[in-house]
Design a protein around this ligand. Structure first.
Ligand SMILES: [Zn+2]
Ligand SMILES: [Zn+2]
Length: 448
């Protein structure tokens, strides 16, 4: 049996030809109409008289669609967490389409894009850059990311059946729906197709919108804001350990602590036991112990501090427009520019938390000036006086926040702290010039 990992992949003009083939052939508004139709049809549930069979059908369809999106599309197609035969790969692809989250190549390519640019302005669904509603469902319907990007998955594009399924991804679910209707009638169709699909959509939307902050906890100081959530993971069959996942995206196993139950991992182990898949890649839970406990504590402390700083900066910016006659649009531009610069600071600081926290103290010294430097870039209109006033407000608010929290003191090495009392530490003069440094090799958002 030919193993799919041996496939050479597609490049050049062949890839361009296939890219044209997978292009959507129906107008964009039908995406919105379809999304609305499912919500309207699910409302039909109030006119049904649900029998136990309908509830059972809902649970089975939910499980099929949820594993389709999370195990098939996510862990296999997007991340190559294991290897399999071409036949089983096809089954996984058809299974995945039953989630109605488009085709395997669209899912894999757009998700790889998310990992490449997670929580930077180029991310396709970052709640920090595009807003929480867009990260929840807006991106899913956005015409700009409607097509599969085959350059992100050239190996998978070598399979004609995957291209076909990406092009005609609605056919397997249509057959599934017709089968349910024939066997169980209208009530069955509403519970076992429309309502279950809706539940899967909204559950998976929560990953992109909630698990990059604000809820959840972190096991690893990754460069993005990914979080883990046990309650969401129980609904999402293990996909809610999003911080573990961003730490090791290739891993077929996402739950690492003994209580981080990961249903998909158990299914993957079952498939391996049956000989359907092999070469399963999984992160070693010992990684958790290897991650320095102190670094994790510092990471949490820094996150909490940044979480408090954000509204303080917004308040400082909001106080000035009245005096400077900044319009609402200009104010939003400033807020976005400052937030982007703050994200850059967090991304730059995080790798230092385990290696040299003293470096974070140094970066903190330069943060007030760096944030105020983001202001002119944010104000497209408005005079020099406005820029100066808002820049000063941002700088003062940041410096005050640093002084009040004593955070700089926390990050100083023990040797440097030895001769300084905490209250003295906050009075140490901080240089007000310079910019946030960028560590080579880390992901850096394009600053505007
Ligand atoms: Zn993510
Ligand atoms: Zn992923």
């Amino acid at each position: 049996m030919r193993r799919v990992s041996e496939a050479p992949g597609v490049a050049g003009t062949d890839l361009a030809r296939l890219q044209r083939r997978v292009a959507s052939r129906y107008p964009n508004w039908l995406d919105y109409a379809g999304y609305g139709l499912f919500h309207a049809a699910a409302l039909g549930v109030f006119w049904t008289d649900p029998a136990a069979a309908d509830l059972g059908l809902f649970a089975i369809s939910f499980a099929i669609a949820m594993t389709g999106a999370t195990l098939c599309f996510h862990r296999y197609f997007a991340h190559n967490a294991f290897e399999t035969s071409r036949r089983f790969q096809l089954l996984l692809a058809v299974w995945g389409t039953l989630s109605l989250e488009k085709g395997p190549l669209w899912w894999a390519s757009q998700h790889r894009h998310h990992h490449r640019y997670a929580d930077t302005p180029d991310d396709i669904h970052s709640p920090h850059h595009q807003g929480r509603l867009y990260a929840y469902m807006g991106w899913f319907l956005d015409r700009r990311i409607r097509e599969a990007e085959l350059s992100q998955c050239p190996r998978l594009a070598a399979y004609g059946e995957l291209i076909w399924l990406t092009q005609y991804n609605f056919i397997p679910p249509a057959i599934y729906a017709a089968g349910i209707w024939l066997l169980f009638g209208w009530d069955g169709l509403i519970w076992g197709f429309f309502l279950s699909t809706l539940a899967v959509w909204h559950a998976t939307h929560m990953i992109s919108s909630l698990l990059h902050g604000p809820i959840g906890y972190r096991n690893f100081p990754t460069l993005d804001n990914s979080r883990n959530s046990l309650p969401l993971s129980l609904v999402l069959f293990g996909e809610g350990y999003h911080n573990n996942h961003h730490h090791a995206p290739y891993s077929a196993r996402c739950g690492l602590r003994w209580w981080e139950f990961d249903l998909n991992w158990w299914l993957i182990r079952l498939f391996r036991r049956c000989g359907l898949i092999w070469n399963v890649r999984a992160v070693d839970p010992a990684d958790l112990a290897a991650t320095d406990g102190r670094a994790r504590t510092l990471c949490r402390r820094l996150e909490r501090w940044v979480g408090q700083l954000r509204p303080a900066l917004q308040a400082a910016i909001a106080e000035r427009p009245a005096a400077c006659r900044l319009g609402a649009t200009a104010r939003r531009q400033v807020e976005h520019a400052v937030e982007a610069r703050l994200d850059l600071f967090v991304q730059t600081a995080q790798p230092y938390l385990s290696s040299s926290p003293g470096e974070v103290a140094r970066l903190l010294d330069r943060l007030p000036a760096a944030l105020s430097a983001a202001v002119p870039a944010g104000i497209a209109a408005g005079g020099g006086a406005a820029r100066l006033a808002v820049g000063e407000a941002v700088q003062q608010a940041t410096a005050r926040h640093i002084a009040d929290s004593n955070l700089r003191y926390v990050f100083l090495p023990t040797t440097a702290r030895a001769g300084i009392r905490r209250d003295e530490a906050v009075r140490m003069p901080a240089p007000m010039s310079g910019d946030v440094e960028v560590v080579p090799g880390t992901k850096t958002p394009a600053l505007r």
